[in-house]
Design a protein around this ligand. Sequence first.
Ligand code: FUC
Length: 768
Amino acid sequence: MNLKSFFTILFAQIAFFISATLAQDKQLKLWYNKPALDWNEALPVGNGSLGAMIFGNTFNEVLQLNESSVWAGKDEDFVNPRAKASLKKVRNLLFQEKYTEAQDLADSSLMGDKKIWSSYQELGNLRLDFKKSNRSVSNYNRELNIENAIATTTFNVDGTLFEREVFSSAVANTVFIKLSSNKTKQISLTIGMDRAGNLAKISASDHQIYLTEHVNNGVGVILHSIANIANKGGRLSVSNNKIIVENADEVVITLAAATNFNHTNPLETVKSRISESLAKAYQQHKEEHIKDYQQYFNRVKLNLGNNNSSLFPTDARLSALKNGNFDPSLITLFYQYGRYLLISSSRPGGLPANLQGIWAEGLQVPWNGDYHININAQMNYWLAENTNLSEMHMPFLDYLTNLGKDGKKTAKDMYGLSGEVAHFASDIFYYTEPWGKPKWAMWPTGLAWCSQHAWEHYLYTQDKAFLEKQGYEILKQSSIFFLDWLVKNPKTGLLVSGPSISPENTFKTPDGKIATVIMGPAMDHMIIRELFGNTISAAQILGKDKKLVTKLQKALKQLTPTQIGSDGRILEWSEELPEAEPGHRHISHLFGLYPGREITDKNPETFNAAKKTIDYRLSHGGGHTGWSRAWIINFFARLHDGEKAYENLELLLKKSTLYNLFDNHPPFQIDGNFGATAGITEMLMQSHTNQINLLPALPSVWKDGEICGIVARGGFELDIVWGNNELKEVVVTSKTGNTLNLEYKGKVHQTATSKGNTYRFNKNLELL
Ligand code: FUC
């Protein structure tokens, strides 16, 4: 070998090594070489309640801020006073197939008159205006590292390197922003705060900016926020309610916010958070933040095969994927981003993640940024247990307990029934009455669906104390409501739920009209079957309520079963009625496939009918919203169709994902992010039958890979390794000592386990 070719090979190897190392470093980063053009390109940080969207502008940086309890509304009861008397009439009209008459009556007599406008709102903006420079900016980099939950913007201006580091600490309950440079005296800027609507009172004194507003003209929450500015070198002054920093070496901004939603004196709360934060050095806060975040994030590792594509900016990678580039490590990033977003928007003791998580702009956010419980809020939590973030599930479960309190009132006042009920949506004030149009609101199964989460939390954690203290009551009260609610269908003699809808979908009536309200949408019965079954199991585990169990068992036998139509699809309504919109985004009658457990390959008839149902929806333009596509990934995973699950995962990225990897309904709605992460997990492991099914929907393109730290029902943590599209090894840690049933390609292996022990199996499920 001559010297030239020796060096050529050496350099190529070094270059390969460097790029591989760099690629490794960027593996779990969203990064860009330009500032965000708009909000949908900004990068989110959050500590469960306090969040910021970071634009990364060089001279006029914006951090758009949120706090999870900033809401325009307040507690309100709005049951329609005519409801109780009309319920029977609506039912009778429906049994007589007078659909449109029934719907009109439901509209006028069952819908509540919600008077108080209630939307989630932004907290405000923190603006950093730097002295404009004519000099050009070079080496610009903007990134969000989801391994440590820190966003960093760096760039050079005329030989000086500037760096901005942002994180939202759950430990300190504050957002930190550090501005630094590699030379002294370079940091000069004006710092201000504002809020959409311009009604917030802003003031600045000494080294702090205050923002306060009683939002929605005194109707909503009282909000307080403080930004504290600490400089090293240079000087601070106050002008025009802003703080001017001149020639500092470094600046740290500490920001806190609170409302009177759960703080009796939010101003004091904010002040004490700031003063407690100032007692520690920035570096210590950073270390504590990383440690706190990583205790959750590091539990799961995914490797779907590495390419060096993380060397390219995230927006470029997404565009390349849209153009057909295969990028498995982008999928890994997207997967872990779902987990990042949940840790950042849902922390124990706080509110659950809403339609936008916690990140939303302005005073009126899409769909009020509410808790839509006809799919969206539930989808936000599909990943919580199986991706080992069980603690992050708690805000939702606590929310349900509170929702139930209002739901008891609604059950009684609206229907004259016992138990607890909630309809299609709610907010942080826990309303449970329906409002608006029957097309979306005449649906009593919201809380019942949510109660599945209480049972699932138990299944994954085996936490009997939770079931006893909290979970069981949620299940029991929903069950009591539905025992009262169900009526006999005079035609079949079976129990049906109604008046109700198959969420937001419509059908053609025999006389050619379009209607939505009916007796017996399939989804209701699937949810109620799941609810009654879960309540029975929970009651038996706790040794409680024998009489209730008997009643539920009896009702289960009489409940209208899932039916298959003449064309082989699952019937969406108890009668065979054609959908007005055959590609509708809600595929409610597949609840029993996912997230329910009623449709499995153990019953080939409904399993095949489910396949036909989804194929039909897709062939009529289905899956056009982000969350709908994410649901479809889960459906195909449950149908053990890895190729179609993967195809829909790519379609989600291609059609419904923004450059900051936020899910796009459109507009941005976070459920699709969470649903996709849940779906990828479901492709690699399922545990909804009595077995833990390994690689049930592995697509051929994920030839080699591993997933570590995911959780299965029964209290098991799994590391799964595969190669050449085949299982190689699985390591299972038994958290509670239950019997382990592993399944791979139809082969089942059973092992007794002891709590805390780890078991290794080879590809034939033989214990090693
Ligand atoms: C459901 C969906 C809509 C939207 C809204 C927030 O009602 O039908 O598409 O996601 O929730």
